[in-house]
Design a protein around this ligand. Structure first.
Ligand SMILES: Nc1ncnc2c1ncn2[C@@H]1O[C@H](COP(=O)(O)OP(=O)(O)O)[C@@H](O)[C@H]1O
Ligand SMILES: O=P(O)(O)OC[C@H]1O[C@](O)(COP(=O)(O)O)[C@@H](O)[C@@H]1O
Ligand SMILES: [Mg+2]
Length: 341
């Protein structure tokens, strides 16, 4: 019987389980594929930590947050990794591998394909910052979760006549801030793509207060005020030497309170945005991507990833897909900025 492996790697993301279920069901029904799941990303491949994934094993999982397979940031290209991946293919009789992950995972997949190993990618990130796909699954859920939290901040902010600052995720891009800020009616949305001065933020805050509103500021974790070279990252580096973002909201809390005289409170939403059940939109998108990934494998389109273009799921070469980050275009920022203050 033909067999495919599946792994989930990098940060988790609501909807990953729906991709797994879509792939297993589609592969089973349309092609008679058997599936093997690898635990904790590439670690499971290298250490041959595998579990069978029969149709019954993915029953009802598309509404579950996280990933039933677990995830890690193990790099398959380090040391003897590539030989380890080949050995895993041989031992499990794999025709190919479906790798669900972000730009890091897909970069590893691209290199493995260049070495003759069959991989199909499924892009994943709540940040929505991957080029070559209109939306990533998990983004809608993160925006929904952030918006619900910000709505709550508004009612307490209004009761106390305070300025509320909500900090949301987004390592390289302000998509979550832009969408949750617009949905919740923020008086200022601060994103890394468009640095503004603290004076400008204060003027939006004061103008909202002068109209009798409790000012609401939504800030992306990677935002740096004009004049600051890098995002605020006081928590050191992650295991890959990348700065751990988070905390700009607290910095703004102090600055805005001193500069405007308005009592200010900041909330950092953090990993709350990445956990929990995916929205219906993300379940549908993720399921379609899983189904399409299996079609790619069956057609031998290795070295590609599946992606959303308009309302269609298409195939894109990993080379092209990893070309550039998708950041918020200036026109989208200016459209939202009309609502500020
Ligand atoms: N540029 C790269 N080339 C190859 N592998 C990479 C690269 N960046 C990260 N990786 C590997 O990809 C995996 C996940 O990457 P990471 O960036 O943490 O998550 P994500 O896939 O969510 O972007 C890890 O195994 C990491 O070692
Ligand atoms: O879970 P960690 O390692 O703290 O990473 C936090 C980062 O991961 C994200 O949640 C998602 O990013 P990726 O999808 O690229 O992993 C970012 O928004 C955030 O900056
Ligand atoms: Mg990454």
């Amino acid at each position: 019987m033909k067999r495919l492996g599946i792994l989930t790697s990098g940060g988790d993301c609501p909807g990953v389980n729906a991709v797994i279920r879509g792939a297993v069901l589609g592969g089973d029904v349309a092609h008679g594929y058997e599936f093997v799941g690898f635990r904790d990303g590439w670690r499971g491949v290298l250490e041959q930590d595998a579990i069978p994934l029969p149709r019954t094993g993915v029953r009802g999982i598309s509404r579950l947050g996280g990933t039933i397979l677990g995830t890690s940031r193990t790099n398959p290209l380090v040391g003897n990794g590539i030989e380890g991946v080949r050995a895993c293919f041989r031992r499990n009789g794999l025709e190919g591998l479906i790798a669900i992950g972000g730009e890091g995972t897909l970069a590893a997949a691209r290199e493995l394909c260049a070495q003759g190993i069959n991989v199909v990618g499924v892009p994943k990130t709540i940040d929505n910052d991957l080029g070559a796909t209109d939306y990533t699954f998990g983004f809608d859920t993160a925006v929904q979760t952030a918006t619900e939290a910000i709505d709550r901040l508004r009612t307490t902010g209004e009761s106390h006549h305070r300025c509320m600052v909500a900090e949301v995720m987004g390592r390289n891009a302000g998509w979550i801030a832009l969408h949750s800020g617009m949905a919740s009616g923020a008086h200022a949305i601060l994103i890394p793509e468009h640095p503004v001065s603290l004076d400008q933020v204060c003027s939006w805050v004061l103008s909202a207060r002068d109209r009798g509103r409790a000012p609401l500021v939504v800030v992306a974790e990677a935002f740096a005020p004009e004049g600051h070279a890098a995002p605020y990252a006081p928590r050191g580096l992650d295991t890959f030497g990348r700065p751990r973002l988070g905390g700009i909201g607290l910095l703004l809390e102090g600055e805005l309170q001193i500069r405007t005289g308005i009592e200010t409170r900041a909330t950092v939403l953090g990993h709350i945005q990445r956990g929990g059940e995916p929205t219906a939109f993300d379940r549908v998108l993720a399921t379609r991507l899983g189904l399409a990934a299996v079609e790619s494998a069956a057609a031998g389109r290795w070295g590609t990833m599946v992606s959303l273009r308009g309302t269609d799921i298409v195939n894109v070469g990993l080379e092209e897909a990893l070309g550039e980050l998708k950041v918020v275009p200036e026109a989208r920022y200016q459209e939202a900025a009309v609502l500020f203050g």
